[in-house]
Write a protein that binds this ligand. Sequence first.
Ligand SMILES: NC(=O)CC[C@H](N)C(=O)O
Length: 335
Amino acid sequence: MKEDLPTIAILGTGGTIAGKAGSASATTGYVPGSATVEDLLASVPGLEDIANLTSVQVSNIGSEDMTDEIWACLVKETESQLKDPEVAGVVITHGTDTLEETAFMLNQVLKSEKPVVLVGSMRPATSISADGPMNLLNAAKVATTPEAKGKGVLVVLNDEIHGARDVIKTNTTNCDTFASPRLGALGFITGGRVSFFKESTRPHTLKTPFTSELLSDHKHLPIVDIIYAHSNGDGRLIKAAIQSGAKGIIYAGMGNGSIHCKDLPELEKALEEGIPVVRASRCGSGEVVDSSPEWTEAGMINAGTLNPQKARVLLQLCLAAGYCHEKTAEVFLKA
Ligand SMILES: NC(=O)CC[C@H](N)C(=O)O
């Protein structure tokens, strides 16, 4: 314990950053989440000069297997660390596949100005040129930077700092995969120096209407299914979603959330049954706004620039909070 250094809590959840492969040249086909958070910390020279570190292993999984239960544990642990006056910030190691969803959820429910930084890697810990150690060092630096306070949940990989609202994984395997399409990174870590250039104007942490109780009160968040639109649509999966208990539907529409004419009657049926339908886009960037008056009149909500998987999280939180249609539409408009 060095008196002059801040304390950072590192929470491990798994992922490639904690992955071990059979050979140094293997960058796929490895087991994510096979190294502990303690192993990770030991692999990063210089961390001990940035902060006093404490660590907690919340889970050790590939993030494609993330669950509401793990989210509830992660939120509880993060909150308890943030409440500790000795802790300056929290770093969460996470698999990259669903990192954007966890970051977005935390950005909606945490109530603290202290930095919370998610970090992952694209190459396993055993790989030549593994990116995890540098990403972790950078994440710890960002978490100890006073300027990182009050900017919402952050994501650090590949020398860039992104905001949880806008960041998405854009490439399956490349180290340069996280981007905030059209909106850009909030800052960089260059030569070990953290620089911020901007911040999101959209509500996060203290300014959202949600709290972490929604996760602890619900063993499972309400079921919201994503229906991926395509040519020759037939509405079958929308019908199946409703029949199997969906409480909300995200329609990952074409272009500006366009709906196939054969999907439309099924979406209208959902709305008549009180199941909210949010129009998002399968494009990967851009805003979904009102397009056909028919869709707006039917009561569909626009996802704005939230991609389908983030819109799903937001609709789950609205449903868990018991919001009516108008309130849900308002949350999406401002989110
Ligand atoms: N690069 C990664 O982290 C991907 C590994 C794994 N699928 C995960 O998301 O945890």
